[in-house]
Ligand binder design. Structure first.
Ligand code: SAM
Length: 292
C-alpha cells in the first residue's frame, strides 16, 4: 500500500513539474510573440523591461515594449541629436547626457576631440551594464562606455540636476517619450529651468522631442517649455526609416530667438566621421513648411 502511494505521489510530482515547465514555455512564447523578431535578450529590471531583438543582422532595443533604437536608422537619429549642437559649440569640453543608456549618444560626442569629459546620468544600471558588456550593444555603441572620458552615473536625471553643482558646455537629453508621469517630470518647465542653471552662458541644450507628425502637440509643447525656461529654441526634424517623422528641440542661452535658424545654417560637421549629416541635411531638418 505504501509503495503504491509513493509511486502515485512521484507521478503527481512529475505531472506538476511538467505543468510548470509548460506554463513557463507559454509565457516565454507569449513574450516572444510580442516582438516580430527573435528575442536575444530579455530582462525585467527594477525600472523597465529591456528587450533586444535581432533580424538578419539588424538589432532593435525596446524598453517596456517601446522601440528605443534600431540599427536600421539609429545612426541618423544619433547624428541628428548630437552633431548640430556639438558642431555649433566652440571647443566643448564638458558634456552632460541625461538618459542615453544605450551608449550611442556618447559614441557620437566622442568624435569631438576637444571634449574632455562626458557625464552620463541614466536611471537604470541594468541598461548601462548591457550597453557596456553585451557584445551586440558594444558593437553598436563602438565601446563608448569603455572610453575613460565617459563617467556613468546611475540615478534619476531630475534629482541629479537638482543636487549637482557642476556646469556644462552642452546638455543632451535622450530619454523615452513622456508617456507616463515618471518620465513626464523630465519634460517640464521646472526641469528645463534646472538644466538652464547648469549650462555655461554660451551653452546649448538639445532634447529628443518625439514625432512632430504623430505627436504634434507634445512636440510643440516641448518647444514652448524650453522657451518658458528661458531658452531661444530651434525645433528640427527628419524622416527615419523605422520611427517615421522624428524631431528634436535645441535650446540656446545666448543666441537671440530670431537668429537661431541662421546660427545653425553653416555648421562644419565632422564629415569624415559622420554618415549622413551635413549642411544640406541640417537646412532640410530646420524646415517645417506650414505644418508645425
Ligand atoms: N532614443 C530613445 C527614444 O527614442 O526614446 C531614448 C533613449 S533610451 C536609451 C532612454 C534611456 O533613458 C534609457 O536608458 C532609460 O534607462 C533612461 N531613463 C529613463 N528614465 C530616466 C530618468 N528619470 N533619469 C535618467 N534616465 C532615465
Amino acid at each position: 500500500q505504501y509503495k503504491k502511494l509513493k509511486w502515485a505521489s512521484a507521478f503527481m510530482f512529475l505531472i506538476w513539474g511538467l505543468g510548470l515547465w509548460q506554463a513557463s514555455n507559454i509565457i516565454a512564447y507569449g513574450e516572444q510573440q510580442r516582438y516580430a523578431d527573435q528575442v536575444i535578450f530579455d530582462q525585467q529590471t527594477n525600472y523597465q523591461r529591456i528587450v533586444l531583438t535581432e533580424n538578419k543582422g539588424d538589432y532593435w532595443l525596446f524598453l517596456n515594449g517601446n522601440q528605443q533604437l534600431s540599427t536600421l536608422d539609429e545612426v541618423n537619429y544619433h547624428e541628428a541629436i548630437v552633431h548640430p549642437m556639438l558642431s555649433k559649440l566652440k571647443q566643448p569640453k564638458n558634456i552632460l547626457i541625461l538618459g542615453g543608456g544605450d551608449g550611442c549618444v556618447a559614441r557620437e560626442v566622442l568624435k569631438y576631440p576637444s571634449v574632455e569629459k562626458i557625464t552620463l546620468v541614466d536611471l537604470d544600471p541594468a541598461m548601462t551594464h548591457l550597453a557596456k558588456e553585451n557584445p551586440v550593444m558594444r558593437k553598436i555603441n563602438q565601446d563608448s562606455f569603455h572610453n575613460p572620458k565617459v563617467q556613468i552615473i546611475n540615478g534619476d536625471g531630475f534629482t541629479f540636476m537638482a543636487d549637482h553643482p557642476d556646469y556644462y558646455d552642452g546638455i543632451i537629453i535622450d530619454l523615452p517619450d513622456p508617456k507616463n508621469v515618471d518620465i513626464a517630470r523630465l519634460y517640464t518647465v521646472e526641469f528645463y529651468q534646472l538644466c538652464y542653471k547648469h549650462l555655461r552662458p554660451n551653452g546649448l541644450m538639445v532634447t529628443q522631442a518625439g514625432s512632430p507628425y504623430y505627436a504634434e502637440e507634445a512636440f510643440k509643447c516641448i518647444d514652448k517649455s524650453f522657451q518658458a525656461a528661458g531658452f531661444s529654441t530651434l525645433p528640427y526634424h527628419t524622416h527615419l526609416i523605422t520611427l517615421g517623422e522624428w524631431g528634436w528641440v535645441m535650446g540656446s542661452k545666448n543666441i537671440p530667438q530670431q537668429n537661431m535658424k541662421r546660427a545653425f545654417e553653416k555648421l562644419n560637421f565632422p564629415d569624415s566621421t559622420t554618415h549622413w549629416i551635413n549642411q544640406d541635411a541640417m537646412k532640410m531638418m530646420m524646415s517645417f513648411g506650414k505644418s508645425v
